[in-house]
Design a protein around this ligand. Structure first.
Ligand SMILES: Cc1cc2nc3c(=O)[nH]c(=O)nc-3n(C[C@H](O)[C@H](O)[C@H](O)COP(=O)(O)O)c2cc1C
Length: 200
């Protein structure tokens, strides 16, 4: 197979790279306590030690989410299911500062255990985070590295095996933006376990 190199443009990752991204809805509050919610896919476990669990969240610095996190240092990652894609997209629309996007969705909230931003009740899992370091890889981007204060999820979920858990929550896959500027989502339907030799 011949290969070709590609020119990169703004937001190249959601056009050029073809792998699936996870979907979270990030809840934050501003210093007056007003709630903001928006979807974020550039979210990764940053430190895998259980003694020092950390997450990385990558945000365009002009978004309300970034401004709120800079103001308060706190955010919650809420993980929705694939059946909630319409409401996920609803939270991505641009509203004026101080508008709570969740009011345009079926989502409701409940208090978090350790931080001011609430959890989204209808999401299956929540990661409560406090920022410990912020990196600025470009003049448009803020990379928040945050300690994980708490992970909570729907009761009973952790009792299921890994495959059953994955099937039950049916996490959506974000596949970027198409030529008409529509967000593209997928759903993982074929989940199975393959035997391997574990090294660790
Ligand atoms: C599924 C999905 C994932 C997204 N992931 C990111 C991301 O990781 N980083 C980012 O800066 N914007 C991301 N966006 C764009 C923001 O969610 C969007 O621009 C939103 O309006 C920002 O809202 P806010 O100003 O209330 O924070 C994503 C959008 C969608 C639909």
């Amino acid at each position: 197979m011949k290969k070709e190199s590609i020119d990169l443009h703004v937001m190249w990752h959601i056009d050029v790279l073809l792998q699936a991204y996870p979907v979270t809805i990030v809840t934050t509050v501003n210093k007056k306590g007003i709630l903001n919610a928006a979807p974020y896919s550039l979210v990764l476990p940053y430190c895998s030690s259980p003694k020092n669990p950390q997450m990385l969240l990558i945000v365009n610095k002009t978004w309300h989410t970034a401004k709120n996190i800079v103001e308060t240092g706190e955010f919650v990652l809420n993980y929705p299911g694939a059946g909630q894609v319409k409401d996920i997209v609803e939270t991505s629309r641009y509203y004026d500062d101080g508008v709570n996007e969740l009011e345009y969705t079926e989502f409701t909230t409940m208090a978090s255990n350790h931080v001011k931003p609430p959890r989204i009740t209808e999401c299956y899992q929540h990661v409560e985070c406090r920022v410990i370091r912020t990196e600025k890889p470009s003049n448009l981007q803020l990379n928040f590295i945050a300690e994980v204060l708490d992970i909570s999820q729907d009761q009973g979920l952790y009792d299921l095996g890994r495959v059953e858990r994955a099937k039950k929550v049916s996490a959506p896959a974000y596949l970027g933006v198409d030529e008409e500027q529509h967000h593209v989502f997928g759903e993982i339907r074929n989940i199975c376990a393959e035997e391997i030799d574990l090294f660790f």
